[in-house]
Design a protein around this ligand. Structure first.
Ligand code: SF4
Length: 460
């Protein structure tokens, strides 16, 4: 499982704003969600899209769409395994794309990357030699100085081998995120993420030996058969490694995933279990020296302050390379086609790998971001952080306070006790219960147009 901003999967299309329903509507890690993207008939040239954009603090994201297994809860853009030669061909295509995109960005002097991340899928599905190539593409083609900026990489326990970690550490990785999910073998099987605790512990040992400054561990709650006691045991097993960061994810059952084939629909008892385990986990981590950054993210209070995820600026541009990556300019979010079903994913990857360099010079799927969507995006991304939204910053960017734009929505959150009522002219901050309901708060702020596009999206 992955944690970089970008890569996270949403649930189903959200319900209307005043009927909040389940606290688990969807995980809003990026707005608007990719299911609201559509084919761009004019295929705008990247050169013109980026011409007037600020390019001195870009984020670089490289997407590797391969995993050893398909976890039952996962709807990320990834395939299981790679037939002979596919990873090499994919890296060739990534390099071609990088060369084309870099050229489209223009003058070398204007372009600087402030953060970098490798996500997936599982970037460490690549061999050590392939990871060197990946770093070369980021450095030599794109001009990102990987040793000088935060570089976050996602890994699975089985692929976090000593030789790969050595390459990643040497090339400047500052944060390694390990998808553990559960330290309980039975729970791991129930989430269709089969792995043995002994292997997970060994992988954590290797990550610590590699001396990458920030270790993040992903855990999941709400698994079939998980109890308060077994959840606390998993948390304690993670805490024993003193990770600088922990992400606690509620389990989602999503269409077209391994678990999604079994059951869907409202399940108040399951909501109740997840909320209880969330509160238990949150309180446990707070009592063990961690600070809450968002509903999912906790950071050790004495950890070095820098992982790529720290960099949550709402305005800066993002360059995503690879067939599942998104890119953001102020006025357009774009990507390639998107799918969850294995057959469709394979054909999108095959299409990507076969493309000549010139094919990467245009945006093909995306969504235009108008002034209203920019304001929503800013509000969403700030409000879902524990520190909240700085009202002066919002006003400086948009010319008026957020209450003028989203008064009705904010009032509804306040009525539910989700919005901290103290000093709302300085900061808009969710209460602890508001944070617990982040996956209902976020979707309630989606625009009608985005909501309609997500609902009309045909899953494949
Ligand atoms: S390791 Fe599992 S959760 Fe992570 S991207 Fe692969 S299939 Fe999804």
């Amino acid at each position: 499982m992955t944690t970089v901003t970008r890569l996270r999967a949403a649930g189903t299309a959200p319900t209307a704003p005043d009927s909040y329903g389940s606290p688990y509507q969807s995980y809003v890690y990026a707005y608007p969600h990719k299911t609201s993207y559509r084919r761009l008939p004019d295929r705008p040239a990247l050169r013109s899209l980026w011409a007037a954009e600020p390019k001195d603090a870009l984020s670089l994201y490289l997407h590797i769409p391969f995993c050893e297994v398909r976890c039952g809860f996962c709807n990320l853009f990834t395939r299981v395994g790679a037939p002979d030669g596919l990873t090499g061909a994919y890296l060739d295509a990534l390099d071609r794309q990088a060369a084309t995109v870099r050229e489209a960005l223009g003058d070398a002097g204007d372009v600087r990357f402030a953060t970098a991340a490798f996500g997936g899928g599982t970037p460490t599905f690549l061999t050590a030699a392939e990871l060197q190539r990946l770093c070369d593409t980021a450095e030599h083609r794109m001009g990102a100085d990987l040793r000088a900026v935060p570089l976050s990489v996602e890994a699975s326990p089985a692929t976090a081998t000593a030789d790969r970690l050595e390459v990643l550490a040497a090339r400047g990785t500052t944060r390694l995120s390990l998808g553990v999910q559960s330290f309980d073998d039975t729970e791991a099987r129930a989430a269709v993420r089969p792995q043995r605790r002994a292997d997970v512990e060994a992988a954590l040992g290797r990550v610590r030996e590699a001396r990458i400054p920030v270790l993040n561990i992903d855990l999941i709650y709400g698994i079939d058969g998980q109890t308060d006691a077994s959840w606390l045991r998993s948390l304690d097993a993670a805490l024993a490694w003193r990770p600088e960061e922990l992400y606690l994810y509620p389990l989602y059952v999503r269409p077209l995933t391994g678990l999604g084939r079994r059951a869907q629909g409202a399940d108040p008892a399951w909501d109740e279990q997840r909320l209880r385990l969330y509160r238990l986990g949150r309180d446990h981590l707070l009592a063990h020296g961690y600070e809450q950054q968002s509903m999912r993210m906790f950071r050790r209070a004495d950890a070095p302050p820098q992982g790529a995820d720290d960099y949550a600026c709402q305005t800066d541009g993002m360059i995503g390379l690879g067939c599942g990556a998104r890119s953001y300019t102020a006025g357009l979010h774009y990507s390639f086609d998107y799918a969850v079903g294995m057959h469709e994913i394979r054909s999108i990857i095959d299409d990507y790998v076969a493309r000549p360099a010139a094919d990467f010079a245009h945006a093909e799927y995306g969504r235009r971001i108008d002034a209203d969507e920019s304001r929503r995006r800013h509000l969403l991304q700030s409000l879902l952080q524990a520190e909240g939204l700085d009202v002066a910053e919002y006003r400086a960017r948009f010319g008026r306070p957020p209450q003028d734009d989203f008064g009705a929505e904010l009032e509804r959150f306040a009525d539910r006790g989700w919005l901290d009522g103290t000093d709302t002219h300085t900061v808009l901050r969710l209460t602890p219960e508001g944070l617990a309901h982040s996956d209902a708060v976020g979707p309630a702020l989606f625009s009608p147009a985005v909501r309609a596009a997500m609902a009309a999206y045909e899953r494949k």
